[in-house]
Design a protein around this ligand. Structure first.
Ligand code: ZN
Length: 310
């Protein structure tokens, strides 16, 4: 049975950085956002984190061969149909309360568990990391009988998340002028509430969920990674965190299939808090997000009064 650590949370919460550091741990294989593999990789042949086209990456070729007898055997239209049918935020209440899930939920989950199991075998890892983030997908994977699912719920201050969503980020893997989605602060505040609440619900359904605050993770990555590794069943030994320096990490090449451009970083990755929102998010928007997300910000231990700009 494959063991997968699913990184959950609203986008722009720091999951890519957490994933990159987890990928450096022995016995861990980080896969990127598997939710996008079907379209961006199998169909569009975008670049793997190693820099090669998906179809040319040896790691993913072997995973595809083992999981499906080759990626050409995956019916991407069927995956998209299932994705639209079951992996929807509005379906979470039903997925969370059902006694038995519809057959389509099992069928959709099966695509993921096959990828996880094959990736574990090809890499020799004891744990694969999927940073897909989507809460609805985590609720789908809960129904997989053939998976040891553990969820790392990454929370970042909603005001920092909101600011990040207003910025323009290019997607280099598409080799075009493609940009990542942008949301207004009001929209991202509502999404922040919904997705974070969904992971709380998942924990109440008996799934192993460990929550971290991204700001705390960055303040002491060594301690955070030690705790996460233990939670994920891959406890660390001496020297396993030698890639961590006080202000940066030294990264090797990874095979992240899709996600934030940081997945291409090799070598030095700076580890510092990004508090740009404190200065740059207009006060009206900051108050809006603070009001909409207030109850959960408080529950997670964030101060509602704005921190001082440094
Ligand atoms: Zn690769």
């Amino acid at each position: 049975m494959a063991r997968a650590l699913f990184l959950g949370g609203l986008g722009r919460s720091g999951t890519t950085l957490v994933e990159r550091l987890l990928g450096e741990l022995p016995g861990v294989c980080a896969l990127g956002e598997v939710v996008h593999l079907w379209q961006r990789d199998i169909r569009d042949d975008e670049r793997c984190g190693c820099g090669a086209r998906f179809s040319q990456c040896t790691f993913w070729r072997r995973v595809g061969a083992l999981a499906f007898g080759g990626w050409h055997n995956v019916d991407v239209d069927r995956v998209h149909y299932l994705q639209a049918a079951v992996e929807r935020t509005r379906h979470i209440p039903r997925l969370a309360t059902a006694v038995e899930a519809p057959e389509e939920v099992h069928e959709y989950a099966e695509y993921y568990t096959r990828v996880y199991a094959a990736a574990a075998e090809v890499s020799g890892a004891r744990l694969v990391v999927d940073s897909s983030k989507h809460s609805a997908l985590a609720h789908v994977l809960r129904w997989s009988s053939d998976l040891d699912l553990r969820v790392l719920h990454v929370v970042r201050d909603a005001r920092g998340v909101a600011y990040s969503w207003t910025k323009t980020v290019q997607r280099p893997e598409a080799d075009g002028s493609d940009e990542m989605t942008r949301y207004s602060p009001g929209r991202s505040a509502l999404l922040w509430n919904a997705h974070n609440a969904a992971f709380g619900l998942l924990a109440r359904r008996g799934v192993a969920v460990h929550r971290i605050r991204y700001e705390e993770f960055l303040a002491d990555p060594r301690a955070a990674l030690t705790t996460i590794a233990e939670f994920a069943g891959v406890p660390l030994g001496d020297g396993d965190l030698d890639f961590l320096q006080p202000d940066h990490a030294d990264l090797r090449i990874g095979h992240s299939a899709a996600g934030n451009p940081m997945r291409f970083t090799v070598g030095r990755l700076p580890l510092r808090r990004d508090d740009a929102w404190v200065r740059a998010l207009p006060s009206r928007q900051r108050r809006l997000v603070g009001t909409v997300c207030g109850p959960m910000l408080r529950a997670y231990g964030y101060p509602l009064s704005a921190p001082e700009a440094k």
